[in-house]
Design a protein around this ligand. Structure first.
Ligand code: GLN
Length: 536
């Protein structure tokens, strides 16, 4: 069985389309169906890897090293289906391959056009995901942007064609809109009516509406929406504003029977929904006690989306450790040139230095690491955060005062972090970092070994720079612990402060946040929060 669910959005962006699509995936999985998720992104970049965090938020990396949209992170946290390059379709990729085929003469002299050649390319990529694994039941395709946008037209058109070709039972449209509240507390349906009209102009009659609204919609409002949009009244759902967690949304939609309506429309029989994992997430959410404050010290701190997976992983760790994790976002450049880092770091209980690129704010991150080390606060470094931990140790313990990464200073006497050998001749920016999953071997008796309980682990990478091996012996002699390496021993993957001197200081070259789930926090995040809680 291959069924297709297209999830589009209207009225405005940032309504939580990714979470809605992911929640549908979670509901269908809870009924025993095999679900695959796809994101269509209308931008012309081939992938999200070259975009600034200010433009785009986090770059989510898959096992196969694709640099994708942050919605794939939502899919990974809500659903189980495999995610890879194939699950992220951009206008850039589509045009790139159509133009290549044209140059190879594959179109046999035809005039190559948006319809049918671009739309065919989009359709064949979506159908390829459905066919990739023989047991796939449903493919959920989220179309980025808002209907009516010029750049999403080919994706909407591809959806229309698939719905037409596969038939109503095999392909449906779910449309997410906004029901705003105006003065006096009145909920307004007009923008939703217009948004559905825009869908109809594109040839798609939505089968299901999910309405973002401050409140649950009442019967009369649903009736009005149904009347104006040709959508069945029982297929109008509310995604109300909530102050708990996004992981409650699958339960809220289940309570309104969204799963039943989808399955009825597609003519699918399935077992009853088993939502126990989601209920237990909520039980843990409500039974957390006490609070820890984590100082996330990096760049781009004003934009939450930059570190979505990281913030989610901290939240998951809080669920697992039974404690509320409060994020204290600290712009590291504010710590630069200040002797009293403590005055800004104040009463945080632990420091996390996340990934990042470029020189700005680096010395502030080093200050934060030094403060955590000397004040004996748990420290967790990720990617750049590991490089910072090494630089801090070199400068302040070994006394190599100008130690640095060659990413930031080209003439340091102690370039303790430098370009990976494989990067030296790389000229292009896009897709050329050390990317994706690879194996790491943990040393016995270390924090990382304790966290994973395993010697060999696989985690995802996204970096160009790495610890410089010629300093390895001197660093080890001075007490720094190298606790994990690549299987060939060539690259340092984890660095720790000595357990005898510090409660918990661990930094990794990889990104454990990408694999964290609400039901199972990434092991190092869990142990970091456990250490913070214990140390408090
Ligand atoms: N800028 C560093 C590098 O390229 C760290 C990258 C990261 O934190 N993802 O190695």
């Amino acid at each position: 069985m291959n069924k297709y669910i297209f999830v589009s959005g209207g009225v405005c962006s940032s309504l939580g389309k990714g979470v809605a699509a992911s929640s549908i995936g979670a509901l269908l999985e809870s009924r025993g169906l095999n679900v695959r998720m796809v994101k269509c992104d209308p931008y012309i970049n081939v992938d999200a890897g070259t975009m600034s965090p200010y433009q785009h938020g986090e770059v989510y990396v898959t096992d196969d090293g694709a640099e994708t949209d942050l919605d794939l992170g939502n899919y990974a946290r809500f659903t189980k289906g495999r995610l890879s390059l194939a699950n992220s379709i951009t206008t850039g990729q589509v045009y790139d391959s159509v133009i290549r085929k044209e140059r190879e003469g594959k179109y046999l002299g035809k005039c190559v056009q948006v319809i049918p050649h671009i739309t065919d390319e989009i359709k064949s990529r979506i159908i390829a995901v459905a066919k990739e694994e023989s047991d796939t039941d449903v493919v959920i395709i989220e179309i980025g942007g808002t209907v009516g946008d010029i750049e999403s037209i080919p994706f909407i058109e591809a959806a229309r064609q698939i719905i037409h070709e596969q038939g109503k039972k095999n392909a449906i449209s779910v449309h997410l809109t906004l029901i705003p509240e105006v003065a006096g507390g009145e909920l307004k349906t007009k923008p939703t009516q217009h948004s559905v009209k825009t869908m109809l102009e594109a040839g798609i009659q939505p089968d299901i509406l999910i309405c973002r609204s401050p409140l649950m919609l009442d019967e009369a409002t649903c009736e009005k929406i149904a009347l104006f949009t040709n959508v069945d009244i029982d297929a109008v759902f509310t995604s109300p504003n909530i102050n708990t967690t996004i992981y409650q949304i699958p339960i809220i939609l289940l309570e309104q029977k969204l799963d039943q309506v989808i399955l009825r429309k597609m003519g699918v029989e399935s077992r009853h929904a088993d939502m126990r994992p989601w209920h237990s997430v909520m039980e843990r959410f409500f039974s957390r006690q006490g609070k820890v404050r984590i100082g996330v010290t990096g760049k781009y701190m004003e934009i939450h989306d930059t570190y979505t997976s990281l913030y989610e992983a901290l939240f998951h760790a809080g669920l697992e450790c039974g404690v509320v994790v409060e994020l204290v976002k600290i712009d590291s450049s504010k710590l630069e040139n200040r002797e009293d880092a403590g005055a800004i770091l104040g009463d945080v209980d632990g420091i996390l230095v996340p990934g990042g690129f470029g020189q700005r704010g680096i010395n502030g991150m080093v200050k934060a690491a030094q403060w955590a080390r000397t004040e004996k606060k748990p420290y967790f470094g990720i990617c750049l955060g590991m490089q910072i931990m090494v630089i801090e140790w070199a400068r302040n313990v070994l006394g190599w005062t100008d130690a640095d990464s060659t990413e930031f200073t080209s003439d340091s006497k102690y370039p303790v972090v430098s370009l990976l050998a494989e990067q030296i001749n790389v000229k292009n920016y896009g897709g050329t970092m050390r990317l994706g999953a690879s194996e790491t071997v943990n040393e016995d008796g270390t924090h990382i070994y304790a966290a994973y309980g395993e010697k060999r682990i696989s985690e995802r990478h996204r970096h160009r720079f790495e610890f410089t091996n010629k300093y390895r012996d001197e660093m080890i002699k001075s007490g720094l612990i190298f606790s994990a390496y690549t299987p060939d021993g060539a690259l340092v993957e984890c660095v720790e402060w000595p357990q005898s001197e510090h409660p918990w200081g661990v930094a990794v070259q990889f990104h454990p946040e990408y694999k964290s789930k609400p039901m199972a926090a990434a092991p190092l995040f869990r142990d970091f929060i456990a250490a913070v809680k214990k140390n408090k």
